[in-house]
Design a protein around this ligand. Structure first.
Ligand code: CAA
Length: 697
């Protein structure tokens, strides 16, 4: 990798202004560190220079270390960032940071090494290293507590959040805010400094209880995630050790985490999140349509949530229902949902009113005629959906996009029911649609590039992460989920209990296990689908009857107070139910299984390896564009732990060859359910993994 970037002298008076110039985010790569060190030395040696301002060219001050340098061999060239920042801090001439846009990570650490910080009032600052599985490694954990106190510093470092400059100013992190030219303000500020104030000078103290409080606050989120605890340890060092010992401790922790699986996984996710918006055959310049008005068909849970997503993004939307009572109910649910956000202090009443006013309920299909996009969110049946799009095709203006929110059906068949298949696309929102950030955007055979470009842009505007996928039953997420679910059911026939399976997957880092999730979603929909599929189900393949039996008992999950678990009135806490355990025992006996002890590691392997195998099939078939897109689907749609990088990245950390061997055995035991993907076999034989596959693609 060639190091890029430079540092330019942009003003050359008694206060010399050095600007980092390394688009797009002024990352502190090796070339920048070297150039800045050299320019500082020149300025220190120049008797005409009384003070120095460090600024950034372009969009921002600096987004920190160049993440692409991490984990590379050989390690990047000197000077290392901590040494550069020590040089800045040790200067006998005042050095002031002029912050605009963003100062993040190493960028903020550089600013902390300066003797003062002046910022544009709309700037944002923070130390997001924890979100990359590391800790600030260039003095941030030692300087920030000394500047703003250990408690505030802990919160900022452990949360990894960027905060507005106004808040940072109140905390004492920034010395001055300006609405004018930040460089002028920094120069003026530099002239007022007679003796440089070094942030790392002095000792600080803190009550031990603040560390426990923060650990507790992040414990649930941080389950199995190492970086938050490591950050707490580093800040604690700032309160217990000398500055020099503290710096050494911070560096030791930073280097320990830098190449951990978790840090590599989080870097992978960082780049995957940016890659996912790029579609190889659709260049950035591709024309996209303007979405000014939207229409939704169906005012149920999905339709209402999708309408809220549009309204939240400032797009007026009409919801069409055929039944007056259903429309009233749906609109009431929307209002109640906004009102609950107001009650929780997440939304102002004015904003609630504005959003509610953007949503018009209607019984007249003609009201959708001027919409730029209409999303159908009606009952999941091919006939019903075809009927709806056929009608929309007649009513909507010629250039309107017709989107279907199907989660399983063939988008090509739906498109064929219209005269505009090039304008038909799938937009698979996840429930609850106004909260979940994932949108699987389904590209049909005839969907035009313009339609794809429009939908991908729209996802971003709605605050969602759009992942482009191809047509197949269940698309990427649900198709993989089927493989996972199936094994969970088999495991309980063989000896595990639902609570044990759920706990093992929860410990792995998923927000909940498959049985608690099924109870939350409702068991009746899956049951209806299974009954429909029963006549065509391949008889030679293993089938678990337990879920059907539970439904036959009238237990449909949380909504009926019982499902795989039982629920106390008004509570969502799953309680293991002896009645279900009896049912499971009976089914095991009927099927001839001698129940055995199954450990948590086996549960994780059994559920996740077939899921990964299905992901490999999706890549082979071109349904998913790249392994990292699948990872994004699972992180955003199903809460797969970010610090494990998503299922395909996780597969690489486990070793594709061992997953392949596992699937070969499962194939012997379960036939088609365990058949290894050809791609999995290929990668295992080559001794490579999904990352190499992505690099080659
Ligand atoms: N290193 C390398 N590349 C980076 C980068 C970084 N620190 N930050 C952003 N980029 C790249 C992105 O990958 C993207 O590249 P492509 O255009 O090729 O996709 C490009 O810069 C623009 O980034 P965004 O699309 O994210 O731009 P944005 O305007 O939406 O957001 C931002 C700007 C808030 C700064 C965001 O980019 C961000 O959060 N960056 C990461 C900040 C961070 O985590 N810094 C800590 C680094 S670790 C560190 O500094 C360790 C230490 O202590 C020494």
């Amino acid at each position: 990798m060639t190091a890029t970037g430079s540092v330019t002298v942009i003003r050359n008076g008694p206060v010399r202004v050095l600007a980092i110039d390394n688009p797009p985010v002024n990352g502190l790569g090796a070339a920048v560190r070297k150039a800045l060190t050299e320019e500082l030395a020149t300025a220190f040696a120049d008797a005409d220079v009384e003070a120095i301002v460090i600024a950034g060219e372009g969009r921002m001050f600096c987004a920190g270390a160049d993440i692409r340098e991490f984990g590379k061999e050989p390690p990047p060239d000197a000077p290392a960032l901590p040494d550069l920042i020590h040089t800045v801090e040790a200067s006998t001439k005042p050095v002031v940071a002029a912050i605009h846009g963003v100062a993040a990570g190493g960028g903020l650490e550089l600013a902390l090494g300066c003797h003062a910080r002046v910022a544009a009032s709309d700037a944002r600052v923070g130390l997001p290293e924890v979100t990359l599985g590391i800790i600030p490694g260039a003095g941030g954990t030692q300087r920030l507590p000394r500047l703003i106190g250990a408690e505030a510093a802990l919160e900022l470092i452990v949360s990894g959040k960027l905060i507005p400059a106004t808040q940072a100013h109140r905390l004492g992190l920034l010395d001055e805010l300006t609405d004018g030219d930040v460089i002028d303000a920094a120069i003026a500020h530099a002239k007022t400094i007679s003796t440089p104030r070094r942030t790392s000078d002095g000792d600080i103290e803190a009550e031990g209880s603040i560390f426990d409080a923060v650990r507790k606050k992040f414990a649930k989120k941080a389950r199995g995630f190492e970086a938050p605890d490591a950050a707490i340890e580093a800040v604690r060092a700032a309160t217990e050790l000398s500055t020099q010992e503290g710096f050494a401790k911070e560096r030791e922790i930073f280097l320990r985490l830098l190449n951990s699986d978790q840090a590599r996984a989080l870097r992978h996710v960082f780049f995957a999140e940016r890659e996912v918006a790029k579609v190889p055959d659709i260049p950035k310049e591709t024309r996209s349509a303007e979405i000014r008005r939207a229409g939704i068909v169906g005012c149920g849970t999905m339709g209402g949530g999708i309408a809220m997503s549009f309204a939240d993004a400032g797009i007026p939307v009409s919801i069409l229902e055929s039944d007056d009572a259903a429309l009233k109910r749906g609109m009431e649910t929307i209002r109640a949902s906004y009102a609950s956000s107001v009650a929780k202090g997440r939304l102002s009443t004015t904003e609630m009113d504005a959003r509610v006013n953007r949503i018009q309920g209607t019984l007249e299909a003609s009201e959708l005629s001027d919409a730029d996009i209409v999303v159908e969110a009606v009952f999941e049946s091919m006939e019903v959906k075809k009927d709806v799009v056929r009608r929309l095709d007649e009513i909507c203006k010629d250039d309107a996009i017709l989107a279907t929110n199907t989660s399983t059906l063939d988008v090509n068949e739906i498109a064929a029911a219209t005269q505009r298949p090039e304008k038909v696309v799938g937009t698979h929102f996840f429930s609850p649609a106004h909260i979940m950030k994932l949108m699987e955007n389904v590209r049909g055979e005839k969907t035009s590039k313009e339609t794809v470009a429009t939908i991908m842009k729209l996802s971003k505007r709605l605050g969602k992460v759009g992942v482009l996928v191809g047509v197949c039953d269940g698309f990427v997420g649900n198709r993989m989920l089927y493989a996972y679910r199936r094994q969970a059911d088999f495991l309980i026939e063989e000896g595990a209990l639902p609570q044990q399976v759920d706990q093992a997957l929860y410990e792995f880092g998923l927000p909940m296990g498959p049985f608690a999730m099924a109870d939350l979603a409702g068991l009746d929909i899956g049951w209806a689908i299974r009954k429909r599929q029963a006549p065509t189900r391949p008889q030679e393949l293993r089938y678990s009857p337990i879920a059907d039996r539970i439904c036959e008992m009238g237990r449909f999950g949380q909504k009926t107070g019982a499902g795989w678990y039982r629920y106390e009135e008004g509570s969502r806490t799953p309680i293991p139910d002896p009645e279900i355990e009896k049912l499971i025992d009976n089914v095991s006996a009927e099927l001839g299984f001698e129940r055995r002890t199954i450990d948590d590691a086996e549960i994780v392997r059994r559920c996740l390896y077939p899921l990964i195998n299905e992901g490999a099939k999706l890549l082979e078939e071109g349904i998913a564009l790249r392994p990292s897109d699948i990872d994004i689907v699972w992180i955003y749609g199903y809460g797969f732990p970010r610090y494990r990088g998503g299922p395909m990245f996780y597969a690489d950390t486990v070793g594709v060859d061992s997953i392949y061997e596992f699937m070969v055995k499962l194939h012997e035991e379960q036939g088609a359910w365990g058949k290894p993907a050809a791609l999995l076999e290929k990668l295992a034989t080559e001794g490579t993994g999904f990352e190499d596959y992505a690099d080659r693609a």
